[in-house]
Design a protein around this ligand. Sequence first.
Ligand SMILES: [Zn+2]
Length: 308
Amino acid sequence: MINLAIGIDIGGTNIRVAQVDSDGRVLKKIKRETSEDIVKNLTDAIDELITENTAGIGIGVAGVVDSKTGVVSRSPNLPQVEGIDFAGILKEKYGIPVRIENDANAAAVGEKFAGAGRRFDDFVMLTLGTGIGGGVVIDGSLLPVAAELGHITVEAKGRKCLCPNSGCLESYASGRAIVSEVIEELERGAESLLKGCCDGNIYKITPEDVYNYALEGDTLARETLKNAGKYLGIGIASLVNIFSPQAVIIGGGLVGAWNILVNEAIKEANKRAFPELMKNVEVLPAGLTDNAGVVGAASLVLYSDITR
Ligand SMILES: [Zn+2]
């Protein structure tokens, strides 16, 4: 029975390749560092996992994927993949269908297929990690658009982003933004328990550290997360006004900080979005956690009726 797919998640630090079954379960998984020779790393891993029951290969990549050619046209966090036609290369080598999407779009498909999106026809997915990604599902189908939701403007004269814009949501509410804000404050001499974090090396602070210190009552950590949450809420309000979704599903590493960051975001979104639209919106965490990237990618093949 041809009921398996290979899901590939190409991220800034690691490439994950997994064999996924038609229920969205990961049967086998291989992790490699994202090195210079990405294509060889990928094909080595696929060779280990592919069987005669593999229906196809799905790829999620952190970047803008040209919807016509499948080529990664821009990837600020992963410039070495720009210009590579992964789908074309793998299709030719393995002779099975290959689908490629931006990683957050793939995550949205994964949530619809096997996660928190199953019970919604219309939802917006936000992935809060080092950066912020997005995907939009309307009438049960992934909108075939870039959905770079991390790059909507939330502050007109705001911080410079890695994209040409300033004041992007990603520059205020991503893991990278939270950490750099904390470090800036510490460099300015702010009083905070975070000074003692990471053996005194403040440049090693992670978003998880900020959250843990916030839970211990540290004011700088707490205020930084709340500020990020406020900007996240500004972004969510715009998304609710545009898409009138039934749900906003939030995934990625920062979901761990839910009860400070996202609760603040919900408060802010409630103040700003059309109340008639916001009252119907559930804001909830993603259902897929550890394997979200590979299951999302595999679901591009396994659940192809939601992508067009
Ligand atoms: Zn941007």
